[in-house]
Design a protein around this ligand. Structure first.
Ligand SMILES: NC(=O)C1=CN([C@@H]2O[C@H](COP(=O)(O)OP(=O)(O)OC[C@H]3O[C@@H](n4cnc5c(N)ncnc54)[C@H](O)[C@@H]3O)[C@@H](O)[C@H]2O)C=CC1
Ligand SMILES: O=C(CO)COP(=O)(O)O
Length: 349
């Protein structure tokens, strides 16, 4: 059991991940570590290396100070250094900001196992679950168990592109140790990115994972052109299922967490402006598979909601709870079993 906050005099930050959100976060932190006391000014950002045309993505980022693939047109401060080697990126870091698609977390944590700084602590920005043979686990548990370090979570109504334009938004950090929550608030907060902190690591994270399933439902409704009242119904029913699921399977979740940015606000923003919504709308309109649409619409970015819908459904099915979660069940069946999209309404009323 880790009790003491692992605060050190000068915190060194590594960002593990460099997708759309990862790059926006690295950009914000690159500015903040210079303005705030107590942080090393250099940030290493781990990049899953790939070729962009003839060039390596890391080389392009370090040369142009722009992530030309995942956040084109937005500059990144020069103190953010793109690194293709995971262990090199994490070396010496006392703060690991983990921001990768959920399906890769287990693998990445396995590679970091036993290799992180003794005072390291993590903050997970990942929205999703890890799948194991016996079920699913929260991502913060995966990180904590593999790396043996304390983990906070950050989640909110945070469409990355809007934040890269410095449009105002809120977010929520879940902490177990308040000092760590406050440290992360100092690290992340800017004039346009307001951080609320709550003593609820799991509540924050799980809202972020489950809202992606609701957003798929909203996208289906958009694809069917059913209008805003129907979408509002999906949002309302989705919120209730999200709360019911989290409270049913996890202890100590606070009711207030659902009213923070990570709760209701993230459901709303993702149901209107997210990638999951967009892909689900296209799924209904075009009849193409989500795999195909991910390739066509997202240029390497990853959908989290379709996988999460499957992961949640596997739990509901195993426990015979499908009827208690009609929206989650119907979304899964439309996405994965060829159920008629119109059932999104018929099966939940
Ligand atoms: N984009 C957004 O607006 C927001 C995203 N999030 C969450 O942040 C997490 C990360 O998402 P983004 O930064 O948006 O990523 P992304 O979806 O934009 O990009 C995918 C990333 O995965 C990397 N990747 C591909 N194959 C890989 C592999 N085998 N191993 C490791 N990495 C691999 C790619 O290089 C790329 O960096 C997700 O859980 C997402 O739900 C949270 C809030 C906002
Ligand atoms: O989590 C998000 C906004 O808070 C982004 O959602 P999408 O992955 O659907 O774009």
């Amino acid at each position: 059991m880790i009790k003491e906050a692992r605060i050190v005099d000068v915190e060194k930050v590594a960002v593990i991940g460099s997708g759309n959100w990862g790059t926006v976060i690295a950009r914000m932190l690159g500015t903040n570590v210079v303005q705030q006391k107590g942080f090393d000014h250099e940030i290493k950002m781990w990049v899953y290396e790939e070729m962009v045309g003839e060039r390596k993505l890391t080389e392009l980022i370090n040369e142009k100070h722009e992530n030309v693939k995942y956040l084109p047109g937005v500059s990144i401060p020069e103190n953010v250094i793109a690194v293709p080697d995971l262990l090199e990126a994490a070396e010496g870091a006392t703060i690991l900001v983990i921001v990768i698609p959920h399906q890769f977390v287990n693998d990445i944590c396995g590679k970091l196992k036993g290799k992180v700084h003794p005072k390291a602590k993590a903050v997970s920005l990942v929205k999703g679950f890890d799948t194991t043979q016996s079920g699913i686990r929260p991502i913060s548990h995966v990180i904590k168990e593999a790396l043996k370090i304390p983990v906070c979570t950050l989640s909110g109504a945070n469409l990355a592109n809007e934040i890269s334009e410095e449009k105002f938004s809120e977010t929520t950090i879940g902490y177990k140790n308040r000092q760590e929550g406050e440290l992360f608030k100092r690290l992340f907060e800017t004039k346009y990115f307001k951080v609320g902190i709550v003593d609820d690591v799991l509540g924050v994270e799980l809202c972020g994972a489950l809202k992606n399933v609701i957003a798929i439902g909203a996208g289906i409704v958009d694809g069917l052109k059913l209008g805003d009242n129907t979408k509002a119904a999906i949002i309302r029913i989705g919120l209730l299922e999200m709360k019911k699921y989290i409270k049913m399977f996890y202890k100590g979740i606070k009711d207030e967490t659902f009213f923070e940015s990570c709760g209701i606000a993230d459901v709303i923003t993702t149901c209107y402006g997210g990638r999951n919504r967009k892909a689900a709308e296209a799924f209904v309109v075009t009849g193409k598979s989500f795999e195909q649409l991910e390739k066509e619409l997202l240029n390497g970015q990853k959908l989290q909601g379709t996988l999460t819908a499957k992961e949640i459904y596997s739990v509901l099915q195993r426990k015979g709870l499908e009827k208690e979660f009609p929206l989650f069940t119907t979304v899964y069946k439309i996405v994965s079993e060829g159920l008629d999209p119109h059932k999104i309404v018929e099966d939940i009323v």
